[in-house]
Design a protein around this ligand. Structure first.
Ligand code: 13P
Length: 254
């Protein structure tokens, strides 16, 4: 964690939890994290559970985000949800370019760029995800791949827009596998992302950018990851589905 950067601990529920389950989770989580003021806490339910989560978290220190967004504000785009719609619903955040969207739904770097810009335009903070596959890591292409994702995804944004987003580095081989990147592996890529952002957007934008790590984060490994100078938070999948384990992650300082 670097100086002056407020950590972000975000839970990506993926396609889990109904509205009733989201409300129950929120009731359990609230008291467990109400004393935390030095980190931003975010949960990202499926679209159908956003309103229940928002309602149950009203007046709490837990913010709500969506898991995807479309870049047009409205129109004939069956099945899609726009950034102004998410904003109006009460969301503060939205995940963009998750590797599951890239791999299973064909999302490109160009689509990620449009989604991030649309989210920012509506006043949402995008959590822009990047990360290499196992084959890419084994071929020593990690920094190339992540570099391309950052250049295309964020290269067109202004310095001011950069202040409104966070990046999540999620190595695909660490997602849902129990195989967490070592703190050194995470730090190496986080540092490379920050240097690239410095090159593109300048030192102030790079210094302020929060870069989260994601991939098999748990209560037992979060502190070590957070001790790295360029790891400013976590994007948590499986371990964010129980209020108890997510609260333990949010309270990583002990
Ligand atoms: P896991 O924490 O289940 O590995 O998932 C990580 C992730 O994809 C968060 O977006």
């Amino acid at each position: 964690m670097g100086p002056g950067r407020k950590p972000v601990l975000a839970g990506n529920w993926k396609m889990f939890k109904t509205g009733a389950e989201a409300a129950a989770f929120a009731r359990e989580l609230r008291p467990r994290v109400s004393m935390i003021h030095d980190a931003e806490i975010v949960v990202c339910p499926p679209f159908t559970a956003l309103s229940a989560a928002l309602q149950a978290l009203t007046g709490s220190n837990v913010q709500v985000g969506a898991q995807d967004v479309y870049w047009e504000a409205e129109g004939a785009f069956t099945g899609e949800v726009s950034a102004p719609m998410l904003k109006e619903a009460g969301c503060r955040w939205v995940i963009v370019g998750h590797s599951e969207r890239r791999q299973l739904f064909g999302e490109t770097d160009e689509a990620v760029a449009r989604k991030a810009a649309a989210a920012l335009g509506a006043g949402l903070s995008p959590i822009v995800c990047v990360g290499e596959t196992l084959a890419e890591r084994e071929a020593a292409r990690t920094l190339d791949v992540v570099g391309r994702q950052i250049r295309t995804g964020l290269g067109g944004l202004s310095e001011e827009q950069m202040a409104g987003l966070v990046v999540a580095y999620e190595p695909v081989w660490a997602i849902g596998t129990g195989k967490v990147a070592t703190p050194t592996q995470a730090e190496e890529v986080h540092q490379a992302i920050r240097s690239l952002v410095r090159e593109i957007h300048g030192a102030p934008a790079a210094g302020a950018l929060r870069i989260l790590y994601g991939g098999s984060v748990k209560a037992g490994n979060v502190a070590e990851l957070m001790s790295q100078p360029d790891v400013d938070g976590a994007l948590v999948g499986g371990a964010s589905l129980s209020a108890e384990s997510f609260a333990a992650i949010v309270r990583w300082r002990g």
